[in-house]
Design a protein around this ligand. Structure first.
Ligand SMILES: [Zn+2]
Ligand SMILES: [Zn+2]
Length: 268
């Protein structure tokens, strides 16, 4: 899997995930997002959602397939008005649909891939998104069969596979520390993309006050972070540097440090 993106608190946040080539948030409208058929918008703050009309405009201009825009249910109406204003400004009809999602709703996004929305903890209606991957494994009793025997069983509609589903990735958008209570399954994801806006004692209360995460909230939830193969921290405030965040990770989460990736750090 590859993740491309940019995220600085209050500036913009957008990610593109391949496969399946979808967008988590749209920032102020990055040209790279024009390749995304599905846009998942976590909430209406403009550092995450301003780019929606721009991306729809670009995709329509380049005659790409119609775009699906998913957002929290309470945001859908006003986002539709915002996009319609863009169409009127440009005198163009974009090809898209806007779909409101509630926590638990699922959307198929590719072969064996689905998105499921979950609740997050922010000052406006907000969602996070799990990327789920279905996996098929041959049932024990069929393991010794030849390829042609298996093909015959399949065409005879015999169920020869066990299906399971894993959370491949969880993207939390903007959220305060209540997210682990609202969406405990994020702890199961192989890859966690979670914000870390604040660090240091001076702004320790900013996280819960503004419904963002302070680095020490992550430290308090260290037990919930144990299972991730990788953790991507994003949405750092401009008042802090990536170097400061890396030093905090090394000092306060030493056991997890090698699995923590900081957006904007060299090579990330
Ligand atoms: Zn934000
Ligand atoms: Zn926000």
């Amino acid at each position: 899997m590859s993740i491309e993106g940019h995220s600085v608190a209050g500036e913009e946040t957008w990610f593109r995930i391949h496969p399946p080539g979808l967008a988590f948030d749209v920032g102020r409208g990055a040209p790279a997002q024009a390749g995304s058929r599905d846009l998942f918008v976590s909430h209406g703050h403009l550092d995450h959602a301003l780019g929606v009309p721009y991306v729809l405009s670009q995709r329509t201009l380049h005659h790409q397939a119609p775009t699906r825009v998913f957002c929290p249910v309470p945001v859908a109406g006003v986002l539709a008005e915002f996009v319609a204003a863009g169409e009127r400004l440009e005198g163009v009809e974009y090809q898209y649909q806007i779909v409101g999602l509630a926590p638990g709703d699922r959307v198929e996004v590719g072969r064996d891939l689905a998105i499921q929305a979950f609740a997050t903890d922010h000052v406006v209606p907000s969602l996070g998104f799990h990327l789920l991957r279905r996996r098929r494994k041959l049932k024990e009793e069929f393991r010794a069969r030849s390829g042609s025997e298996l093909a015959a069983l399949r065409s005879g509609r015999v169920e020869i596979d066990d299906e399971s589903e894993e959370i491949w990735l969880s993207y939390c958008g903007d959220t305060g520390p209540d997210v682990w209570r609202l969406a405990p399954r994020i702890a199961e994801s192989r890859l966690l993309m979670i914000e870390c806006t604040f660090l240091g004692d001076q702004v320790r209360q900013h996280g819960s006050a503004y419904k963002h995460l302070h680095f020490d909230d992550l430290v308090e939830h260290e037990a919930d972070l144990e299972r991730h193969e990788a953790i991507v921290l994003h949405h750092l405030s401009r008042r802090h540097s990536i170097g400061e965040l890396r030093r905090e990770v090394e000092a306060k989460l030493p056991r997890l440090a090698s699995r923590v990736h900081l957006l904007g750090e060299a090579g990330e």
